[in-house]
Design a binder for this molecule. Structure first.
Ligand code: PGA
Length: 251
């Protein structure tokens, strides 16, 4: 039985005091309730250290939204994997479609980031997803296969066990258009079979594949009840503690 993993991607939202408020509210909501899922919050860099102190001793884990693949040096504006570890991060979101589309990240860059994160003991939430045009041209599975194979190139059987894959159809992100549970399940099953082909059935059985793209309290349960959907990567709906908590409860 795979555990469900619910992660909140705050994106570029919330300054430090707003972050403190949101984390505290999530903490309070979770504290009084038996929760059956792993919970990860991914605030902006500036709030990570404070957030780490706030979630200490709870079952809420901390993730960052990005990092660079070099260890240190003249990379103005970038953050390394070991820096994220030093402020208490366990996870890092890599290859998000906004990073790919707005910041020009290629599969090769994302592959380097996945490898670097793993070597620093930071667990990647590795995102893949097709655009609307690609779906309409009926090349969704080809695009996903390409992103998965390139993003995981050179990653060993031992290392893949530490990776979460997030399937996020680009057309569903922040648009209010969710993939239907069946559309999502089809791609999740495809990814799991691909992992089986690339690694082994055991690894495919155990790997966590999250769905992301307009997950809300009212659609979370049907999505999360699909056999190959093991969690959610939530954007908009994670910015309010009550809706994030509703999604956690659906798991
Ligand atoms: P959304 O974002 O829930 O606002 O669609 C999801 C994501 O980008 O991770």
């Amino acid at each position: 039985m795979r555990k469900k993993v619910i992660a909140g991607n705050w994106k570029m939202n919330n300054d430090l005091s707003q972050s403190v408020n949101l984390i505290s509210e999530i903490k309070n909501a979770v504290a009084g309730n038996a929760v059956n899922a792993e919970i990860i919050v991914c605030p902006p860099f500036i709030s990570l250290e404070t957030a780490s102190a706030l979630v200490k001793g709870t079952n809420i884990k901390l993730g960052a939204q990005n990092m660079y693949f070099e260890e240190n040096g003249a990379y103005t504006g970038e953050i390394s994997a070991s820096m994220l570890k030093s402020v208490g991060c366990d996870y890092v979101i890599l290859g998000h479609s906004e990073r790919r589309a707005i910041f020009g990240e290629t599969d090769e860059i994302i592959n380097k980031k996945n490898k670097k994160a793993l070597s620093a003991d930071l667990l990647p939430i590795f995102c893949v997803g097709e655009t609307l045009e690609q779906r309409e041209n009926d090349i969704t599975k080809k695009v996903i296969e390409d992103q998965v194979r390139k993003g995981l190139s050179g990653i060993s059987e031992e290392e893949i066990k530490s990776i979460i894959i997030a399937y996020e159809p680009v057309w569903a992100i922040g648009t209010g258009k969710t993939a239907t549970p069946q559309q999502a399940q089809d791609v999740h099953e495809f990814i799991r079979n691909l992992i089986k082909e690339m690694y082994s059935s055991k690894i495919a059985e155990n790997i966590i594949i999250q769905y992301g793209g307009s997950v809300k309290p009212d659609n979370a349960e049907t999505l999360l009840s699909q056999p190959d959907i093991d969690g959610a990567l939530v954007g908009g709906a994670c910015l309010k503690a009550d809706s994030f908590f509703e999604i956690i409860k659906s798991a």
